[in-house]
Write a protein that binds this ligand. Structure first.
Ligand code: FPP
Ligand code: MG
Length: 458
């Protein structure tokens, strides 16, 4: 059996980290891609599949539009081409290209595209959420061979004349290499979009896609090194943050150095579309960070503002890397495959960030490898807080003043834990994870079967 697409291994990766919620229960025995499956969480519309259609219970199931109409709508909403994903939101701040909230499906007909028969229904938190027989325990293992040379080659890439630069840069690529989530996604996408998946590790195309994985990780690590300076975080990946090991000045320069090296490798790919898309991802990271620092009082309560920020901070890099990988694989930037890769990355990236925000409440710092309960302390309101505040008005003034008054942090944590905020945030992550899977299933040109979100060519 040849592995083909993708990646809801990421979905597996992103969602499966989250422990089951005590208030969650499955409405029926959950089956992967078969029959009717519903995930029910307290206070949330159940996410169900019936036959070949994914639908949110209570929402419109069929658009009734013809294929031609849908193609036209899809063309218009996805006609961003290179670089336009920089801002996939309309003037009102709502998502333009893809849905951000389940409710968007009601407002925008073009989001309600048919889901092919056999598309799996994800629900890693259901009672039967385990892996079906024959599936790999760990989706990361699927491309572990491809990632084996990654550490050595990236260490070469970041070798520098001044020892402190290469030492600090190598710190993250050798000792504290983390999950390597982004390069894993890029390598899975390379397989998924290859014409002959079994031969995907040969040739120039594969070499360039592997370099894209390195570029993506270098950009990500650079942003984390800078982020830890801004957030004054002492730990990262279970070790000391670079600015604690050295100094703020060194950390800023090391991040810059990684970006510079990533730019050189990117230029060497000699693909102007990919260069433009990946440069746009850099711009988006900065935009996300400034949004985080400068959001106005009222917007702090707004879920769409949170999602836009999450897109810029996290999803854009994954989305742009997925699309770039498809382009390097020989697909035109407006092809069905490249667009599906882009949509996949968008939804996966949001699911990943939302789960990261949930874990900030539910996991201990020794598990996370970075400080837990950090977001509220930094004045940030993430999905669990925003959902909790919808039903607990006392939380709103605290959100607006970024939890600055004495007792705000403790009260907020108590409210979140007492509310359904965490369940609803998980349901939102599941919505995005499902859309990610749907996107790939729409474009996959071969028959696939699914193991916990990892699709196989059969
Ligand atoms: C982590 O967020 C931070 C990011 C994903 C992006 C940070 C971006 C910048 C600092 C802009 C500069 C960009 C570059 C390319 C140098 P978090 O603080 O929510 O997550 P954490 O808990 O892992 O720290
Ligand atoms: Mg941080």
């Amino acid at each position: 059996m040849t592995i083909l697409p993708l990646l809801a291994s990421a979905v597996g990766g992103a969602l499966a980290f989250a422990p089951a919620s005590p208030t969650m229960h499955a409405a029926g025995r959950s089956q992967w891609g078969m029959g009717r499956t519903c995930a029910v969480r307290s206070g949330v519309a159940p996410i169900c599949t019936r036959g070949s259609r994914l639908q949110l219970a209570g929402l419109r199931a069929q658009s009734g539009s013809s294929t031609a109409e849908r193609d036209d709508l899809e063309d218009r909403t996805n006609a961003h081409g290179v670089g336009l994903l920089q801002n996939p939101f309309d003037e009102d701040g709502r998502c333009g290209a893809f849905p951000g909230l389940p409710g968007d499906l009601l407002k925008k007909k073009e989001y309600d595209v048919p889901v092919p028969a056999g598309t799996p229904a994800l629900d890693p938190w259901s009672e039967a959420g385990g892996l079906p027989a024959g599936c790999p325990e760990d989706p990361f293992v699927l491309v572990s061979a491809e990632l084996a040379p990654f550490t050595d080659s990236i260490k070469d890439v970041v070798a520098a004349e001044h020892p402190i630069l290469s030492e600090a840069a190598k710190h993250f690529f050798a000792k504290k290499q983390g999950k390597r989530f982004r390069p894993t996604i890029v390598m899975l996408m390379a397989k998924a979009t290859a014409a002959v998946p079994s031969a995907h590790t040969e040739g120039e195309v594969y070499r360039k896609q592997a370099e894209l994985g390195q570029i993506t990780e270098m950009i990500h690590v650079a942003s984390l090194i800078h982020d830890d300076v801004l957030d004054e975080a002492d730990t990262r990946r279970g070790g000391e943050a670079v600015h604690k090991l050295y100094s703020n000045k060194v950390a800023v320069i090391v991040g810059d150095y990684l970006l510079a090296r990533a730019s050189v490798v990117l230029a060497k790919l000699q693909n102007t579309e990919v260069t433009e898309i990946m440069s746009t991802a850099l711009e988006s990271l900065v935009q996300g960070e400034i949004m985080q620092i400068k959001t106005g009082e009222e917007d702090l309560l707004d879920m769409m503002t949170y999602l836009r920020k999450s897109y810029h901070k996290t999803a854009s890099l994954i989305c742009d890397a997925c699309k770039s990988c498809a382009i390097l694989g020989g697909h035109a930037s407006n092809s069905e495959v490249a667009r599906a890769a882009e949509e996949y990355g968008y939804h996966l990236g949001l699911a990943y960030q939302i789960i990261d925000d949930v874990l900030d409440f539910t996991s201990a710092s020794d598990v996370l490898g970075k400080p837990a309960m950090a977001d509220v302390s930094l004045g940030l309101s993430t999905a669990p807080v925003l959902y909790a505040a919808e039903n607990i008005p006392e939380m709103r003034p605290m959100i607006k003043r970024k939890f600055k008054q004495e007792g705000d942090i403790e009260r907020t944590l108590r409210y979140v834990m007492q509310s359904d905020g965490i369940d609803r945030a998980r349901a939102l992550a599941l919505f995005h994870a499902q859309r990610a899977v749907n996107a790939m299933c729409r474009c996959v040109h071969v028959r696939v079967c699914v193991c916990k979100g990892v699709l196989y060519n059969v």
